[in-house]
Design a protein around this ligand. Structure first.
Ligand code: TA6
Length: 302
């Protein structure tokens, strides 16, 4: 049942930002507000919890962004799939929540607009409060601008609104749909060093394209390269261009690790792949007071 508060949030979003036939706000089934976008260029869904893109499908193509059939939509719980925003840390951090503080928080929608190229632009924002300060004691302002069209652009800007510098790691942890992981490769990382999480973060070097024959969980370091996902089963190429990032994470849990993830259905690993635009591992960003850093990714189907 939708709570009166969520209903009023959705009503307010529709009153302020709805664009007839192109953008509306709906309850995703469990009371969480979701922006639903339908334009001649693409369809997309973006949850206000986590400012998390859940779906993007450019016209004439199969879906690009993967979402688990077993994903759980509950306030305060991470959603398996889409594009979780990992911030201000990527991965584990002592006893603190994995992948940071913001993927399970409700963000504000600061602006919705149609740009000159008829793309829908959503600007989400989140600032510090007592609950973020309890876990990470810095003042900040975070914005994610999502631009939905024949390409999908995401730009995450971190502003230090305090008086001391802070250091972050972060990711646009993008889950892609693929026809068959065994017939998929990632180009753009040849000759790049990586930390192999499956081998206790051992340092290794990529040779040629990344191919998948088992659990893969790697932080590629010192790389500003754009990547391409070559999907032989669906005969398509997905392109990932990035700025503000010198690391890229590639992840597929494969059969065994998938079993440990209750929010993935059996065999779903075959149809997904994460290629994540990051500042992760040794790629850490220090933001001085009054300064900002932007991490961005632009996805397209070739
Ligand atoms: O980006 C790869 C990774 O850090 C993996 O190690 C894996 O655990 C994955 O993210 C998912 O993390 P999550 O906290 O969403 O279960």
């Amino acid at each position: 049942m939708q709570s009166p508060t969520m209903k009023s949030i959705i009503d307010t979003l529709n009153r302020r930002f709805r664009m007839a036939g192109q953008l509306q706000f709906v309850d995703n089934g469990n009371g969480l507000p979701v922006a639903d976008i339908q334009t001649p260029q693409a369809s997309a869904r973006v949850a206000l919890q986590g400012a998390q893109v859940l779906a993007w499908q450019p016209a004439g193509h199969k879906p690009v962004i993967w979402l688990s059939q077993a994903a759980v939509f509950e306030p305060g719980q991470a959603v398996r799939g889409g594009v979780p925003v990992c911030w201000p840390w990527f991965g584990a951090q002592g006893g603190l929540p994995a992948h940071g503080l913001v993927r399970t928080r409700l963000w504000a929608l600061r602006e919705a607009a149609m740009d000159a190229a008829s793309q829908v632009v959503l600007r989400f924002g989140l600032g510090d409060d007592a609950s973020t300060r309890a876990l990470w004691d810095f003042p900040f302002d975070l914005e994610l601008v999502v631009t939905v069209g024949a390409t999908l652009a995401m730009a995450l800007t971190t502003r230090n609104t305090g008086e001391k510098p802070f250091t972050i790691t972060q990711a646009l942890h993008t889950y892609f749909c693929v026809g068959n992981i065994g017939q998929t490769s990632v180009q753009g990382l040849d000759d790049t060093d990586y930390l192999d999480k499956v081998q206790n973060f051992a340092l290794a070097k990529q040779s040629g394209a990344v191919e998948f024959t088992g659990e893969t969980d790697r932080i590629y370091i010192n790389t500003t390269a754009d990547c391409r996902i070559e999907d032989r089963a669906w005969q398509r190429t997905l392109q990932i261009a990035k700025t503000g990032s010198t690391s890229t994470v590639v992840w597929n849990p494969w059969r065994e690790r998938e079993k440990a993830l209750p929010d993935m259905a059996a065999g779903e690993y075959l149809g997904m792949l994460c290629v994540e635009t990051c500042n992760a591992g040794p790629d850490q960003i220090t933001v001085a007071p009054g300064h900002a850093h932007t991490l961005s990714a632009r996805l397209s189907v070739a």
